[in-house]
Write a protein that binds this ligand. Sequence first.
Ligand SMILES: Cc1cc2nc3c(=O)[nH]c(=O)nc-3n(C[C@H](O)[C@H](O)[C@H](O)COP(=O)(O)O)c2cc1C
Length: 336
Amino acid sequence: MSVTAAQISDSSVLKAIGDRRSIRYFDPDKKVEDWKVQAILQAGRLASCQGNINATEAIVVQKESCDLWDEIEECVSGFNVQIINQCSHLIFWLTNLNAWYGRANDGLSSLALVGALTKYHGWNYEFTMTQTMPRLMSFPTERTEILLRFESGQAVGNAVLAGTSLGLGNILLAFGRKPGGVEKAFGLAPNLKFTWAHAIGYPLEDPKAGGQRPRIKFEKLFHDGAYGMPLYPDPAVDDALREKGMLQEQAPLPGRMKELDDLAAKFSRDPGIVSWPAKEVERLIADEDWDFGPAIKARAKEVVAEGGLPDYPEEMRETFEKLMAEHGIDTAKYLS
Ligand SMILES: Cc1cc2nc3c(=O)[nH]c(=O)nc-3n(C[C@H](O)[C@H](O)[C@H](O)COP(=O)(O)O)c2cc1C
């Protein structure tokens, strides 16, 4: 079934950003319409890309019609198996490194033709061909890969927001069980790099997924002029963004844990959430870096009061200490 513009609901980008959650429970009986898949892919295609080289491609797969499903399933990280089997479509986003080496010239030429590259900014054909292009094309593939995977991230970010604005659940999924396995299953040439797959479908959990997930405080992430100088958010701006649906009530919303247990019962899976040790929960909740609201603080208290929590794996402390110290991280904060 196709669609007309009148049938596509409007959602502002800010609202889609606010509505987005990683959805982990999909209705296995509800297929996403072809036109929505197309809109999601268009969102990826229209993302900004360096020199208009269009390095991001995708393979769209449905379990029912995919001959490679068993091979694909063997590659997905264990905690994602249920998700790929219940979602409607899987989109394997790929980064084509050859776009850099093969299409940079034509990409720039296309930008010149549409009036995006101008002499105003110093663009010059001869310089481009004798200096810029040879320099870019002689990048080692490792460098190109870093640059282009960032670009694919942009495309996927767009695609996820488009999916959200069309009322779909979206999640990115690691296929870490068999590194290189996805590329092998699809028979991809070495220039085609796979990073994450994108599952879409109709959420079986509430689309709010129990509320907006907590983040590190704004001023701990963003810096004003110099690194380490906190850039504070204006509370009035946040209020306006809240009104526009971008900032939403933080998780967990009332009833979330019961919803999860009901979903587990429906699919004969184990109920319950994963627990961290009481001391670890208390340390996290007291951490000034996190923007924790009242609901998660109350939940932490409840979890600690309920008890039955695991012990910290002391035998791992030395390993964690070593790994953090290797990166110059203050272990005292995390391993008190
Ligand atoms: C690149 C990327 C890979 C991810 N991989 C997985 C994954 O393999 N499995 C999973 O359950 N969630 C995965 N997630 C979802 C994150 O865990 C999620 O973003 C986090 O729970 C925060 O929640 P939110 O996305 O709902 O805001 C991934 C997210 C990103 C951005």
